[in-house]
Design a protein around this ligand. Structure first.
Ligand SMILES: [Zn+2]
Length: 103
């Protein structure tokens, strides 16, 4: 699914999808769903999960400085605390938006 428009509105990411529906994802929820190796860990060929130490979040961890579009399949939020290695493919973004829980 492709978004027509993505904007940060207050503490939420507002996504307008190509089919006319809209999703609102709280930025804190989005950050905690960051799929990058540093946040989610990486599985090696032996199936072992390697994960860095949990980074403490701060208020700036839940604010987006800017959004970069990666081709036509993902966005990369640049967080105010400098974190910018998480690519949110649109499919994943839609999964996060639909998942239960507010954060
Ligand atoms: Zn991350």
């Amino acid at each position: 699914m492709q978004p027509n428009d993505i904007q940060v509105i207050g503490e939420e990411l507002a996504v307008k999808w190509g089919d006319g529906t809209e999703s609102f994802v709280r930025l804190a929820k989005l950050r905690k769903a960051c799929p990058c190796a540093g946040c989610k860990g990486e599985t090696d060929v032996m199936g072992q999960l390697h994960k860095g130490p949990n980074q403490p979040y701060s208020l700036s961890s839940f604010r987006i400085r800017s959004l970069e579009y990666i081709g036509s399949y993902a966005i990369k939020p640049v967080w105010e605390d400098g974190h910018a290695s998480g690519l949110f493919a649109f499919d994943y973004l839609s999964t996060v938006a639909d998942s239960p829980g507010d954060e």
